[in-house]
Design a protein around this ligand. Structure first.
Ligand SMILES: Cc1cc2nc3c(=O)[nH]c(=O)nc-3n(C[C@H](O)[C@H](O)[C@H](O)COP(=O)(O)OP(=O)(O)OC[C@H]3O[C@@H](n4cnc5c(N)ncnc54)[C@H](O)[C@@H]3O)c2cc1C
Length: 437
């Protein structure tokens, strides 16, 4: 096994979170930093394969989703600064979240309160009754809605590669094409093993930050951490709306979720930053974080469901509501008729004939424990490692501030000691990151 250089900090995974941590550490930490990524570039999985919406935090319950709400609020201006500095596309399309049932109006009222509690300005959103909704977006129907005016459409993949480039120019070493296979604590640090083009390599680090998305929990388990959790992978598929659809819908259109305790959001009408229009995502249960194929791999899924710990999974698999949702979510992966039928609940004129093909799918990695789905991100630590688990939506929106939160925790616990804001960087995020010191 070839032993590579030793680093003070190694980050596993160059998704949006690992890249943001790398960039922010490169400004504040004097030691050596490396990012190990199994693909040949940054952000090629969930961080590219998502809906591409900068979510404003109106829909995040301030107590239950505190960390994500705060992260989204702070990160909004950080992403905007990056987009302006590097001329990355940003479209303030706004999002309508519709009450498709009369009972959903209660949620819309709560959203208005949560928006303010989470720091949004009053002029950033509007509450619409059903006739105002018709006036605003005539092709959309509902009992009412909240319009979040500052929700914006971006390409998180290009944001991720940009911040990784900035990190690299600040001296971070990017080690692509290397899949981390394990890590063990040693007296002064951690020994990380990886595979690169069939060759085994070992990397020593003072500290490891595990941001490997769908692989974060298996790596934590290898270090005997987070044993009470299991992870389920849900693929979100998108269908493209072709140019033949004449409707001019100006906002993203979401609906109040019907099944709040499960991660089955109903599909949305999405405006992509490049002008494409899509429907989705659904949430099809798949065996791995990288299962983008149309055919369900039932064999691997059964093996996955039997992996330990089984208790959280047994509870879910004996829940008839969950099983029936799993079945019906698969239908809208296979059938555009089914996806169009679901969307017609709030856009009645959207016939199947307007759907031109499949978009790019992405996989959500949801943690479960014996209480069911875990609502927020989870961080588990050992002496020389921290593992970020369950980092789901609005994770791309919140990444710059969430990364600061992780760095602050590490600094406060003395695990990674920050020095001073380096003077060699571009000015992007300098003010926010400077507050860490
Ligand atoms: C369908 C869908 C729609 C979404 N829409 C939105 C949205 O509109 N707005 C929003 O804010 N959020 C959205 N999200 C959530 C957001 O995309 C994620 O929270 C975010 O991208 C997670 O980033 P990450 O860096 O943790 O993970 P990832 O992007 O998955 O990055 C993990 C990285 O680790 C690498 N890796 C994995 N295992 C290893 C290993 N063993 N060794 C080395 N490298 C490894 C992977 O190759 C990958 O590059 C959506 C998610 C999904 C699935």
């Amino acid at each position: 096994m070839a032993l590579r250089k030793e680093y003070d900090v190694v980050i596993v995974g160059a998704g949006v979170l690992g890249s943001a941590i790398a960039y922010e550490l490169s400004m504040t930490f004097g030691g050596s930093i490396a990012v190990i990524e199994k693909e040949n570039g940054a952000g090629l999985h969930t961080s590219t394969r998502n809906t591409g919406v900068i979510h404003r935090p109106f829909y995040l319950e301030p107590e239950k989703k505190k960390l994500f709400a705060e992260s989204s609020q702070i990160s909004y201006r950080m992403w905007k600064a990056l987009a302006v500095s590097f001329n990355l596309p940003w479209k303030e399309n706004g999002t309508l979240e519709i009450a498709t049932r009369e009972t959903d109006l209660k949620s819309i009222d709560s959203y208005a309160k949560w928006a303010i509690s989470n720091g949004m300005q009053e002029e950033e959103f509007k509450i619409l009754g059903s006739s105002e909704l018709k006036g605003h977006e005539p092709l959309v129907k509902g009992y009412g809605a909240i319009l979040s005016i500052t929700d914006s459409c971006v390409d998180f993949g290009s944001f991720t590669s940009r911040i990784m480039e900035l990190a690299k120019s600040n001296g971070v070493e990017f080690i692509p094409g290397s899949r981390v296979t394990g890590a063990i604590e040693t007296p002064g640090g951690i020994l990380i093993t990886a595979e690169n083009e069939g060759q085994k390599i070992a990397v020593k680090a003072g500290f490891m930050i595990n941001c490997s998305g769908g692989d974060s929990l298996p790596l934590a388990h290898k270090m005997h951490l987070a044993k009470k959790y299991a992870v389920l992978h849900f693929r979100g598929d998108y269908w493209m709306v072709g140019d033949s659809y004449p409707g001019n819908i100006r906002n993203n259109v979401y609906t109040v979720p019907k099944h709040k305790k499960f991660p089955f959001l109903d599909p949305h009408f999405i405006l992509r930053v490049d002008g494409r229009r899509e429907l989705g995502p659904n949430a099809a249960l798949v065996a791995t974080p990288y299962d983008y194929s149309d055919q369900p791999d039932s064999g691997s899924l059964v093996i996955k469901l039997l992996e330990r710990p089984t208790l959280p999974k047994i509870k879910l698999l004996t829940n008839s509501e969950f099983i029936s949702l799993v079945r019906s979510e698969w239908k809208s992966s296979r059938s555009k008729d089914e996806m169009a039928r679901r969307v017609r609940e709030f856009i009645p004129g959207l016939d199947t004939s307007y759907i031109s093909g499949k978009g790019l799918s992405g996989v959500r990695n949801s943690l479960i424990d014996s209480g069911g789905f875990v609502p927020e991100a989870v961080m588990e630590s050992s002496d020389h490692s921290i593992h970020i688990l369950n980092y789901n939506s609005p994770g791309a929106t919140g990444a710059p501030a969430f990364a600061m939160h992780v760095i602050r925790l590490l600094n406060e616990s003395g695990k990674v000691q920050l020095k001073e804001l380096s003077s060699i960087q571009t000015s992007v995020w300098k003010e926010e990151v400077g507050s860490l010191l």
